[in-house]
Design a protein. Structure first.
Length: 657
């Protein structure tokens, strides 16, 4: 028997199969439930059917539903399955069928309209060989979330994170010609195959549970609906609701001053390297033998991205200005002078990987991500050295040189390039990665007053922003992927705020909000629960506030540390506290498991200030014989923490609850 319970505004009423109208629709209540033709339908104010709750029960199970009205557009659906006899292998689902085809759909951090962009082999489309794909909730940034934009309405569904491993579940989205079904499934399964590593698949996984007579299983589905808006803005409604109703644990971490000290120690004690003409920072440490660590032997020295030589040097300059540590000044100058002496090219480009200089190679690509980082940091380094009483005008000339080359190479439609060869030929123009050159172009304008920099930046910005608003995603910012990702949208956020400050045009602030909602699709809204002997449980790693890398790399990292200060600024400018809350969640997540010099993980004591890069939250690059917390102690997380701290005037902003 299907027996729903509907609750609204504190009252509960039991219903029978003869249930009629449930909610009287007032002008403020845009959506309501009604039983028609033995089915529960969600209706709009004009009585249009948005969709229906499917109520078929597997043989041997009774179901009872409770629909809880959370607000005028959001409902919590609780379904209880009760076994009326013993069931050897139970597999349950809770479905909402949206009565429209999807013009755009999304499983956050997993699939954006079926992942049509890029050359990777991540899951493409909603089905594989005629079977709908199912994904563990652990892959999704909001537990089991699915989203679809139909002809008139946008619908989103998600669930609560389990509180015990027994509750592990999955989700599926099934877009068809005239309807789109949002589904959660229990117990956990991933079918027809498991995306198990970059561009690799394993056999499908399907758990089943034995139920005794009288056993009850409860599935919960949150459902929110709103009108479709241009540029996928209906997504904002879903993401605001998901954050509003999420649990928000406060993860304890070291205070900001301690983290600053540890970051400086890691840079100067563990990452410092001298080799031939090079003085600067290694890209990171790898395991050496049974207990020790060593600097990585290949791909060692990089100006930005993973190596972050320029940013680390600037943080050391700040450390000198604030604390008068002579070692910080000496190593900062040695690093910047090394790159400034050997990396600039006559055409204005800049060799971004010093290994090429040491190995006398003239091939390779200088990518926009590294070049943008170099330009911004050399601008800043010029100011910091001047503040220290040291004149380094070459630093500023290098930054202008990079901007001048890119500006001259810009295409009529505004696009820059993904990268260039040393002779100045562009590598590839597709993707959003060229947007990393927009912030330094704006800084060049701010410093010089030359309007050609502003015109170039604005034209490129418009090009990349239009792609995000049209497609619903950005692409290829992660240099080791070729897919939809999160990193490529970060410069759009920073550029939006910079353009707002330069022009005062409120449209740029609105764009910053839109970019931030897209970034929120990668943000973990919950703490995943793992077995007692799991790395995450043993070392108390909380997934809340982490971000997934891309549709091609299904693991978590602390990259969002890079835009903590931008979200704090956005909260101040808009008065919307959610951005401050998200910034603090990101900060605390990214400051977990930073070693104080005594931290031991997986049998190895980690050097002071170090932190690993990847956290394998799902069945991607992980199985029962591997570590969820990897042992790649890369430079960039510490560099981003230090950069965030030097961008903030008040460390106390990071200590608020």
């Amino acid at each position: 028997m299907w027996c729903p319970l509907i609750r609204s505004s504190g009252w509960v009423t039991a219903m029978t199969l003869l249930l009629s109208a449930i909610f009287a629709c007032t002008p403020e209540e845009a959506f309501y439930w009604q039983r028609q033709e033995k089915c529960m339908y969600l209706l709009a104010a004009d009585k249009t059917r948005v969709g229906q709750l499917l109520d078929s029960a597997p043989e041997g199970l009774d179901i009872a539903d409770e629909i809880i009205k959370l607000d005028v557009s959001t409902f919590q659906i609780v379904r209880r399955y009760t076994a009326v006899r013993e069931i050897d292998s139970a597999g349950l689902s809770l479905d909402f069928r949206h009565h429209s085809r999807s013009h755009f759909w999304m499983i956050p951090a997993v699939s954006y309209n079926g992942n049509p962009w890029g050359r990777g082999k991540e899951p493409k489309g909603a089905s594989e060989n005629g079977r709908w794909r199912t994904f563990s909730y652990r892959r999704t940034s909001i537990p089991g979330a699915t989203y679809s934009e139909g002809d008139r309405f946008a619908v989103a569904a998600w669930s609560d994170a389990p509180t015990e491993a027994y509750g592990d579940f999955s989700c599926s989205l099934m877009p068809e010609e005239t309807q789109t079904t949002h589904r959660i499934l229990w117990p956990e399964e991933e079918l027809p195959t498991v995306y198990s590593d970059r561009d690799r698949y394993a056999d499908g996984s399907k758990k089943r549970v034995r139920l005794k007579k009288g056993d009850t299983v409860t599935l919960t589905l949150y459902l929110t609906v709103c009108a479709v808006e241009p540029d996928h803005r209906a997504m904002h409604h879903f993401l605001r609701k998901a954050w509003e109703y999420a649990d928000k644990p406060v993860v304890p971490v070291f205070d900001a001053r301690k983290l600053w000290e540890l970051g400086i120690r890691y840079a100067t004690e563990s990452l410092w390297a001298e080799e031939g003409s090079f003085k600067g920072f290694s890209i990171g440490l790898v395991a050496d033998g049974e207990k020790g660590w060593k600097q990585r032997s290949g791909g060692k020295y990089e100006i930005g991205w993973c190596g972050q030589n320029a940013s680390l040097a600037n943080s050391l300059l700040i450390d000198y200005l604030q604390n008068r540590h002579a070692e910080s000044l000496n190593k900062a100058l040695a690093t910047l002078d090394t790159w400034a002496t050997h990396s600039p090219l006559p055409n204005g480009l800049f060799i971004t990987h010093y290994d090429h200089i040491l190995n006398h190679r003239d091939d390779g690509v200088m990518d926009a991500c590294n070049l943008g980082t170099a330009a911004l940091n050399f601008f800043e380094a010029c100011d910091l050295t001047r503040a220290a009483g040291i004149d380094r005008p070459l630093y500023e000339r290098i930054a202008y040189g990079i901007c001048d080359f890119v500006k001259a190479d810009q295409q009529l439609e505004g696009v820059y390039a993904r990268g260039w060869t040393p002779d100045g030929k562009f590598y590839i123009r597709e993707g959003t990665i060229g947007c990393f050159m927009v912030p330094p172009m704006l800084e060049a304008y701010r410093r010089s007053g030359d309007s050609t920099y502003l015109a170039s930046a604005a034209k490129a910005y418009d090009y990349y922003l239009k792609a995000l608003k049209t497609d619903g995603y950005t692409t290829a910012g992660a240099l080791d992927t070729w897919c939809i990702d999160k990193e490529s949208s970060m410069p759009l956020l920073r550029s939006s705020l910079m353009l707002y400050e330069i022009t005062g045009n409120p449209a740029y602030l609105d764009h910053a909000v839109s970019v931030s909602y897209y970034l929120s699709t990668w943000l973990w809204h919950y703490q995943g629960i793992y077995p007692a002997d799991d790395n995450f449980t043993v070392y108390h790693y909380n997934t809340f506030g982490a971000t997934s890398v891309s549709t091609q790399h299904h693991h978590l990292d602390p990259y969002a540390l890079f835009w903590v200060s931008d979200w704090i600024k956005l909260a101040d400018l808009t008065g919307d506290r959610q951005w401050k809350e998200k910034a603090l969640a990101v900060w605390r997540n990214g400051c977990q498991l930073v070693s104080d010099g005594t931290l031991e993980i997986n049998g190895r004591v980690r050097p002071a200030g170090s932190q690993n890069e990847a956290y394998f939250e799902c069945n991607w690059a992980f199985n029962s014989n591997l570590e969820r917390i990897n042992s790649w102690l890369v430079a960039w997380p510490g560099a981003f923490r230090l950069e965030t701290l030097r961008r903030l005037n008040d460390y106390q902003l990071l200590n608020e609850e």
